[in-house]
Write a protein that binds this ligand. Structure first.
Ligand code: SF4
Ligand code: SF4
Length: 284
């Protein structure tokens, strides 16, 4: 089963939930940190990194000696990443989505591929947990290809927990797409509700079953609860605001390490997801 842990906005406790769930389950599973712009699952799981791999995407390299400046390449590029100006072909590597279209249409075979480094992927372990994280190069904007690469580390049939990037744009979709369940983390505030609504829309478009964790459940109001009920989204865990938890977070410790009584609650999320998915199968 693949569970993606997502939130409409940053700072709601998405990484707290994903890392605590992984640690509470403590079994053979894969943890994928797809929050590639700011991966911080490692701060809590403290894995031993065993391998680092560079990731790059193919971008065009133009041989102007062969080029007739016909503009077919710039006409096909939806991203304005290749432009013909007089007798020069300019490639804007940062805009290129590596679709290969320009290479296919070039009648002179003047375009070949070169690599643009996106960042690195780190592989390691924390006990039985297999840990994989993507780390986007500073200043790099193209995170979906990096997220796809991190997701290639999924082992079919094994439990995988994905820490998705915050928000509701392309990187989040790349992290959630094709997963079996989306666990959304929010807080009961107007900001939390606003961003939860956006996240729910995205999850609905993808057609993935979802559940909710309400963090800092004792602040704010009941509007998030009312919305979840209306949308028929099960609430799988409520985490109160707790000084001990906040201190653990600031020291890079998981809740289940400093408050072992929470282990069963985080394990329970997984059990409830299984039951929820079984229930959905029966209603089909
Ligand atoms: S399609 Fe090929 S030949 Fe035409 S402008 Fe582009 S690189 Fe040059
Ligand atoms: S590979 Fe695709 S995105 Fe990149 S320059 Fe060529 S057509 Fe544009």
């Amino acid at each position: 089963m693949i569970i993606s842990v997502a939130s409409g906005k940053g700072g709601t406790g998405k990484t707290t939930v994903s890392t605590n769930m992984a640690l509470a389950l403590g079994e053979k599973l894969t943890f994928l940190d797809c929050d590639v712009e700011e991966p911080n699952g490692h701060l809590f799981l403290k894995p031993k990194i065993e391998q680092v791999e560079r990731v790059s995407i193919a971008v065009p390299l133009v041989d102007e000696a062969k080029c007739t400046f016909c503009k077919k390449c710039s006409d096909i590029c939806r991203f304005n990443a290749i432009v013909v100006v007089g007798s020069s072909v300019l490639v804007f590597k940062d805009l290129c989505h590596s679709c290969g279209g320009c290479m296919v249409v070039c009648p002179e075979n003047a375009i070949s591929e070169t690599g643009r480094e996106l960042g690195t992927i780190e592989y390691g372990h924390r006990d039985a947990i297999r840990f994989v994280q993507g780390r986007l190069r500073i200043g790099e904007a193209m995170s979906p290809p990096m997220i796809k690469k991190v997701r290639e580390a999924t082992i079919p049939g094994e439990l995988t927990i994905i820490d998705a990037p915050p928000g509701t744009s392309c990187p989040v979709i790349a992290a959630m797409k094709g997963t079996d369940f989306v666990l959304m983390v929010t807080e009961p505030t107007p900001f939390g509700l606003h961003d939860l609504k956006l996240a729910v829309e995205a999850v609905k478009l993808l057609g993935i079953p979802a559940g909710l964790v309400i963090n800092r459940c004792d602040i704010g109001d009941r509007k998030v609860y009312e919305y979840a009920e209306k949308q028929n989204i099960p609430i799988l865990l409520e985490i109160p605001f707790d000084r001990k938890m906040a201190e653990a977070y600031s020291w890079g410790q998981c809740i289940v390490e400093v408050m072992p009584e929470w282990k069963d609650k985080f394990k329970g999320i997984y059990r409830d997801i299984e039951l929820h998915l079984e229930g959905l199968k029966e209603t089909v």
